[in-house]
Design a protein around this ligand. Structure first.
Ligand SMILES: O=P([O-])([O-])O[C@@H]1[C@@H](O)[C@H](O)[C@@H](O)[C@H](O)[C@@H]1O
Ligand SMILES: [Mg+2]
Ligand SMILES: [Mg+2]
Length: 280
């Protein structure tokens, strides 16, 4: 059967590559840093420029499609996932890394129809790694198939997570308490690349067994979550229920065993959902 969304996916790969080139070039310049929800929630003109480049190029080719873009939402656009074909864009995932030239920065483009992610593209632009997944057709890095780790013993595992951009002491305490529980299972190690999208690509590549985070947004996880599941991994909410793209919480693991073991250790609090604009 013809793959109706393949043209859109090809367009996403091209747009992500062009966006990544803009990001790489911007690393040579001074980066003017602005803040959003807090003093540690950073944004640069490059985030905004790259998002506009992607959106404009998609609009020209697919004029009826909708968008959820991180910087458009920050500028006041609504963040509601409908059944319509929707491009879910994080122009720079890892803006703090970008600001500090810490070398993990991604362009993340997910595409959903009927609220289901149809394809995901994550371009780790400093590593020059193009991660792609099409629903039902596998996950790839630079064209090579990806497969999650087959390790089922969490004590032999590396777990990825992030501290996020909330500095609310209560939220930080709860994140630290979960991290302590996971570390003391004990696991071999805990890592974080500073970008949700690349953390999920690390799960898909078999380098880490799982990634979890509370506080991320739909644009951080739309593309990467499909890359994990198409590489044979498992997705769930941090409370063990099904993944909800708008819930701002995720466990992405190589297996149900590892995912459920992590869920047992996490204090599953709920930040305001992405689709509750007045509370964001
Ligand atoms: O803001 P940004 O760089 O696109 O995305 C970031 C994520 O990838 C990171 O993993 C997470 O901890 C931050 O809270 C933030 O959401
Ligand atoms: Mg992000
Ligand atoms: Mg971003």
């Amino acid at each position: 059967m013809a793959d109706v969304w393949q043209t859109a996916m090809d367009h996403a790969v091209g747009a992500a590559r062009r966006a990544g080139q803009v990001v790489r070039e911007a690393l040579q310049d001074d980066r003017k840093v602005m803040t959003k929800s807090s003093s540690v929630d950073l944004v640069t003109q490059t985030d905004q420029k790259v998002e506009q480049l992607i959106i404009q190029s998609v609009k020209e080719k697919f004029p009826t499609h909708r968008f959820i873009g991180e910087e458009s939402v920050a500028a006041g656009e609504s963040c509601v996932l409908t059944d319509a074909p929707t491009w879910i864009i994080d122009p720079i995932d890892g803006t703090t890394n970008f600001v500090h030239a810490f070398p993990f920065v991604a362009v993340s483009i997910g595409f959903s129809v009927n609220k289901q992610v149809e394809f995901g593209v994550v371009f780790s632009c400093l590593e020059d790694k193009m991660f792609t997944a099409r629903r039902g057709k596998g996950a790839f890095c630079n064209g090579e198939p990806l497969q999650v780790s087959d390790q089922e013993d969490i004590k032999q595992s590396i777990i990825a997570t992030e501290f996020g951009s909330s500095r609310d002491p209560d939220a930080v305490d709860r994140i630290f308490s979960s991290l302590r529980n996971v570390l003391c299972i004990p696991v071999h190690g805990v890592r974080g690349a500073g970008t949700a999208a690349i953390n999920m690509c690390l799960v898909a590549s078999g380098c880490v067994e799982a990634y979890y985070e509370i506080g991320i947004h739909v644009w951080d996880i739309a593309a990467g979550s499909l890359i994990v599941s198409e590489a044979g991994g498992v997705l769930m909410d941090v409370d063990g229920g099904p993944l909800d793209l708008m819930s701002r919480r995720i466990v992405a693991a190589n297996s149900r065993t590892i995912a459920e073991r992590i869920v047992r250790e996490i204090d599953a609090f709920g930040p305001p959902r992405d689709d509750e604009p007045l509370r964001r």
